[in-house]
Design a protein around this ligand. Structure first.
Ligand SMILES: Nc1nc2c(ncn2[C@@H]2O[C@H](COP(=O)(O)OP(=O)(O)O)[C@@H](O)[C@H]2O)c(=O)[nH]1
Ligand SMILES: [Mg+2]
Length: 403
C-alpha cells in the first residue's frame, strides 16, 4: 500500500490532520516506541469512479464509493514533531526519521498562522515564522540522508569494489528506504557524481547528493495548516512566493476533523474533499456546534473552497507520485468479481506499471500464469507489457485460476 508520512514541527497540526484523514477507517496501530509514538492509520485518496461512465451501481470491496467518488485506501503515518538536532537523535528524532523514510511521499505540515514559536511551543498567532520552520525540518531530513551515507562510507567503498558502479553501491545502503536505483542514478547524474568514488567526495558533494536524493526520493507537498485563522493569509502568500503555488496546499485540519465528526454524528451531510456541507437538522445542533459550523463555513469553505485535507492527499498520490487508478474485474461483461460484486476493486498503480505488474499486485499465481488482458471498454486484447492507464478497467486472463 502507498505510504504517506506527515512531517513538521510540533504543534503544527499533524495529529489533527491524521485524525481527520483516518476517521473513516478502522485500524490504527502504533509503533512500539517508548515515549511519543508514530501513529499508523488508513486514509483514502479520492478520484472520480468509473461507475457513472459504465452506468452501474458498484459494490466496492477494497475501497469505497460515495456518490460517484471512489475512495482508495493508503497508509498514513503521523510522526511526532521533529526538533532541531533530530538527525543526531535528539527527541528520538532519528527513530522518527527512519519511519519517515518508509514513506513514498511526505506531507510537510506547517503552521501558517504562526502560532508556534521557534521551539514549537504554542504562542500568539502571527509570532511564529512558518518559512523558517519549514527550512528547519528540511535541514534535518537532508542531514539524515547525509548521515546514512557517511556512516556507511566503508560499506559503499566495499560494494563499489565489488560492483564497479556507484548506483549499485549506494543502492545497497538505501534499498530499505524506498529508494530505487533510478532515483540514485538521477541524483548522482544531477550532481555530477556518477563516476566519482566515495573516498574523494567533498563535503559539498555529500550535501548536494543528499539534497538531491531527498527531493527525488521523498516527493513532498507543503500543507499550510490553520488557514482558518485570518492571520494565516499573509504567511500563506509568503509561502507561495517562496515555494511556488503548486507545492503549497492551504488547509484547515481542524475544520476537516470537525466536519467528519459532525458527519458521523448525523448532524451534517459532508463528503470528504467536497466544497460544501449541509446541516441536516438545525434543531439538533447545540449553540456551540452551530457556532463552529458557521465558523467553518465563513473561515474555511467560503475562502478556501475546501478544508484541504483530502486535496493534499490527492495531490500527493496522483500528482507527486503520479499514481493511476485501475479496476480489475473477472467478468468483462458484468464488471464483477467471482462473487458478483460490481467494480469490486480499485488499485493504485505507478505511472509506468504494466499489465503484469497489476497481476502481481493481485496475486503471484495470477501473474505466473498470465496470458493477456482484456480492455473492458473496447474488448481489445492487451499484451503483458501493456502500460496501464488511469481509469483502465481490465480483465486478466491467466492459466492459473485464483481460489
Ligand atoms: N485553528 C486551528 N488550529 C489547529 C488546526 N490544526 C491543529 N490545530 C491546533 O494546533 C494544536 C496542535 O495540534 P496537533 O495536531 O496536536 O499538532 P502536532 O503536534 O503537529 O501533532 C492543537 O491545539 C490543535 O487543535 C487548524 O487547522 N486550525
Ligand atoms: Mg502530534
Amino acid at each position: 500500500m502507498i505510504k504517506v508520512g506527515l512531517i513538521g514541527k510540533t504543534n503544527t497540526g499533524k495529529t489533527t490532520f491524521f485524525n481527520a484523514a483516518t476517521l473513516l477507517s478502522e485500524e490504527v496501530s502504533t509503533y512500539p516506541f517508548t515515549t511519543k509514538k508514530p501513529n499508523i492509520g488508513t486514509a483514502t485518496v479520492q478520484t472520480v469512479c468509473v461507475c457513472k461512465e459504465f452506468k452501474v451501481k458498484d459494490n466496492p470491496q477494497n475501497s469505497k464509493c460515495i456518490e460517484g467518488w471512489r475512495y482508495i485506501p493508503i497508509e498514513l503515518i503521523d510522526l511526532p514533531g521533529l526538533i532541531k538536532g533530530a538527525h543526531l537523535g535528539r527527541g528520538l528524532g532519528d527513530q522518527f526519521l527512519s519511519v519517515a523514510m518508509q514513506s513514498d511521499a511526505l506531507l510537510h505540515i506547517v503552521d501558517a498562522s504562526g502560532s508556534i514559536d521557534a521551539e514549537g511551543r504554542i504562542c500568539q498567532p502571527g509570532i511564529g515564522n512558518p518559512i523558517a520552520d519549514y527550512y528547519e525540518v528540511e535541514y534535518e531530513l537532508v542531514e539524515w540522508f547525509k548521515k546514512v551515507i557517511e556512516s556507511n562510507k566503508d560499506r559503499v567503498e566495499r560494494e563499489y569494489a565489488k560492483r564497479q558502479s556507484m548506483v549499485e553501491a549506494l543502492y545497497q545502503i538505501f534499498s530499505g528506504m524506498k529508494v530505487t536505483r533510478g532515483m540514485i542514478y538521477l541524483s548522482l547524474e544531477k550532481t555530477g557524481l556518477l563516476e566519482k568514488k566515495i573516498d574523494s567526495w567533498t563535503e559539498e558533494d555529500y550535501n548536494n547528493f543528499s539534497m538531491e536524493l531527498r527531493t527525488i526520493s521523498k516527493p513532498t507537498l507543503i500543507v499550510a495548516n490553520k488557514m482558518d485563522l485570518g492571520i494565516a493569509e499573509e504567511n500563506y502568500k509568503r509561502m507561495i512566493e517562496e515555494f511556488g503555488q503548486h507545492l503549497v496546499v492551504p488547509c484547515s485540519a481542524e475544520a476537516e476533523l470537525a466536519l467528519r465528526r459532525a458527519e458521523q454524528q448525523g448532524l451534517v451531510k459532508y463528503i470528504p474533499g467536497m466544497e460544501n456541507f449541509e446541516i441536516l437538522d438545525e434543531s439538533k445542533l447545540n449553540p456551540r456546534q452551530r457556532w463552529a459550523l458557521g465558523y467553518i463555513k465563513h473561515m474555511v469553505m467560503d475562502k478556501l473552497l475546501r478544508t484541504g485535507v483530502q486535496l493534499a492527499l490527492n495531490i500527493a498520490v496522483f500528482k507527486l507520485l503520479r499514481m493511476n487508478v485501475v479496476y480489475p474485474v473477472e467478468d468483462p461483461e458484468k464488471l464483477t468479481d467471482k462473487k458478483g460484486n460490481v467494480l469490486p476493486d480499485a488499485f493504485l498503480m505507478p505511472n509506468n506499471a504494466t499489465l503484469l505488474d497489476l497481476a502481481k499486485e493481485i496475486h503471484s499465481d495470477l501473474a505466473r500464469g498470465l496470458l493477456y488482458g482484456i480492455d473492458v471498454r473496447t474488448g481489445i486484447r492487451l499484451p503483458k507489457d501493456y502500460i496501464l492507464r488511469d481509469r483502465d478497467v481490465i480483465t486478466l486472463i491467466s492459466t492459473t485460476k485464483r481460489r
